[in-house]
Ligand binder design. Structure first.
Ligand code: AR6
Length: 167
């Protein structure tokens, strides 16, 4: 039986089977949550990322978690907000691909940060609606899945927006 939770805190600290990194196409680190995850995981994460050969926008790739509390990191690349129809498709694809990877690897818990809503400029309200709808739809289509999903809100604004969606 799967479940969805909204929590206030950093995805970096989550002791779930996987945490989701909002990465860039190189998968070789960056700022924001990407920098924080690599700093906490240690240098072996970057070594594994070198062998992945990057990642397309809307896709995701999985690595080990190294020094993190999480066993795995699922690296996904959200769209840079462009005010075109592609944005929503690509962002939705990120969430779907992360859920697929979690399922394929038989993981039972996954923590998402708010992909694309920082440096990549995706408006938080729109992005949060896509995040929650995509995950709900995916879980509805996979009733055999047993995955607890955590949406990690790094600041008060994210937490308020995600909580307002539940009503
Ligand atoms: N710890 C935890 N969460 C954070 C942190 C942190 N230190 N910093 C930001 N967040 P962002 P994006 C949350 O900007 O918009 C990187 O350089 C933030 O509140 O990290 O997808 C990559 O390499 C938000 O919920 O990612 C890419 O180049 C979420 O993390 C680019 O930024 C995503 O914000 C990706 O931009």
């Amino acid at each position: 039986m799967s479940s969805i939770h909204i929590v206030r805190g950093s995805v970096v600290d989550m002791a779930t089977d996987a945490i989701v990194n909002a990465a860039n196409n190189s998968l070789l680190g960056g700022g924001g949550v990407d920098g924080a995850i690599h700093a906490a995981a240690g240098p072996h994460l970057l070594e594994e990322c070198y062998d992945l050969g990057g990642c397309e926008t809307g896709d995701a790739k999985i690595t080990k978690g190294y020094n993190l509390k999480a066993k795995h990191v699922i690296h996904t690349v959200g769209p840079v907000y462009s005010e075109t129809e592609r944005d929503a498709k690509l962002l939705s694809s990120c969430y779907r691909r992360c859920m697929e990877l979690a399922y394929e690897h038989k993981l039972h818990s996954i923590s998402f940060c708010c992909i694309s809503t920082g440096v990549y400029g995706y408006p938080l309200q729109e992005a949060s609606e896509i995040a929650v709808k995509t995950v709900k739809d995916w879980l509805a289509a996979h009733s055999d899945a047993d995955i607890d999903v955590y949406f990690c809100c790094f600041n008060d604004r994210e937490f308020a927006v995600y909580n307002s969606l539940q009503k």
